[in-house]
Design a protein around this ligand. Structure first.
Ligand code: NAI
Ligand code: MG
Length: 361
């Protein structure tokens, strides 16, 4: 039975880096691990073709196929469009409609790139942590929200942080399951010292741990301390599970510790359906990089690493995912670098040369 994937390359360097995933899929095909690849447009490309950043028909395909490989969206010429037609709305709508509540943001540092980190080499060498961010709840969606006029002429902006036990439990569960496949350690992050959602978060994670995941090591940390610890000693963590807002900030902080945007993959997962399969969307953390688009010099590794996550989390092909991760490590060990990760004495390669080297390894 073939795995089915919907390709949404998008704008800028999106199509260029996605092409290298297509080549890896071709390699797997020749070894009887075939995938049925469908393709459609998203973002600015979809606006040109369909007049909207995500056509209903494209969304229907994404829902039906359930596994999406996403490139990147956005370009300056769309900045003046009305809000609902902006390329980014295509991405947000996909996340929402697919019910992708769990955002997996690994921060890892290949040994060959440890020196490129903004932190001291020894702090990040071999770093491999996973930040798990709740993606569909919290202060970005809580009601009431808005800006009101006050009688005295002032205005008041309101956002509300809301979490239910159901939402906390389902993200914590993903965290424990991930930890069992990794370093078996979960750090749950909130601010239970000043927030009620934080108190409920901590209670709920504790209860689930006691009931079902006592084999996993669990600790709790305040979000501000976590931000410090990520810069001071990031290797102390394995899986960090946290809410939407803290996850947004902490995953960006951890990303900088790794030192290269072109190397960071991500995944967003939904709830398991009747036969245990989760919907999933996989994408590099970087954007459409309009400054280098069309030149064939973009780093395809973040997207290839995202595809490795797809193999792991959507198709249970852990061995193939490991092989792809390891091949990327060896290519870096051999000194091949795209411009964004170039270091003195290394060999500068193009997008497709990097893809070819990964295939060889
Ligand atoms: P960006 O990530 O596109 O680029 C930031 C810098 O990193 C640029 O100098 C770019 O050349 C470089 N860079 C990024 N990815 C690279 C790669 N794979 N290889 C080599 N260099 C790479 O972020 P920026 O410039 O803030 O945004 C550009 C556009 O992308 C905007 O329209 C923005 O809205 C959109 N965007 C889309 C995202 C998505 O689709 N998920 C995420 C972030 C931004
Ligand atoms: Mg962010």
């Amino acid at each position: 039975e073939l795995g089915r994937i919907l390709f949404l390359p998008g704008d800028g360097i999106g199509p260029e880096v996605m092409e290298e995933v297509r080549r890896v899929i071709g390699w797997l095909d020749r070894r009887q691990m075939g995938f049925e690849v469908h393709e459609d447009s998203v973002g600015g490309a979809a606006y040109e073709k369909y007049g909207t950043p995500l056509a209903d028909d494209t969304l229907a395909k994404a829902l039906e196929i359930g596994t999406v490989m996403f490139g990147a969206v956005g370009a300056a010429q769309y900045d003046t469009l009305p809000f609902h037609l902006k390329p980014e709305q295509g991405l947000l709508r996909l996340r929402k409609e697919l019910g992708l509540f769990a955002n997996l943001r690994p921060a890892m540092v290949f040994p060959a790139l440890a020196e490129a980190s903004t932190l001291k080499t020894e702090l990040v060498e071999g770093l491999d942590i996973m930040i798990l961010r709740e993606l569909t709840g919290g202060v970005y969606f809580g009601e009431p929200r808005g800006i009101e006029e006050l009688p005295d002429g002032q205005k008041r902006g309101i956002d509300t942080q809301v979490y239910t036990t159901f939402e906390i439990e389902r993200i914590a569960r993903v965290g424990f399951e991930l930890a069992r496949k990794r370093g078996n350690k979960v750090t749950s992050v909130e601010k239970a010292n000043v927030m009620h959602t934080g108190i409920l978060w901590r209670e709920t994670v504790k209860r689930l741990h006691e009931a079902e995941y006592q084999d996993v090591e669990l600790s709790h940390m305040y979000a501000d301390n976590c931000a410090m610890q990520l810069i001071r000693a990031p290797k102390q963590f394995d899986v960090i599970v946290t809410d939407n807002l803290f996850g947004d900030l902490l995953s960006d902080a951890a990303a900088m510790a790794t030192g290269s945007l072109g190397m960071l993959p991500s995944a967003a997962l939904g709830a398991p359906d009747a036969d245990g399969r989760r919907k999933g969307m996989y994408e590099p953390v970087h954007g459409s990089a309009p400054d280098i688009a069309g030149q064939g010099i973009a780093n395809p590794l973040a997207t290839l690493l995202s595809f490795a996550m797809m193999l792991r989390y959507s198709f249970d092909l852990d061995e193939e995912a490991d092989r792809l991760d390891a091949a990327i490590g060896r290519v870096l060990d051999k000194g091949l670098r795209t411009g964004d990760i170039m270091q003195p004495g290394m060999t500068k390669v193009s997008t497709s040369e990097m893809g070819t080297a990964v295939l060889k390894e």
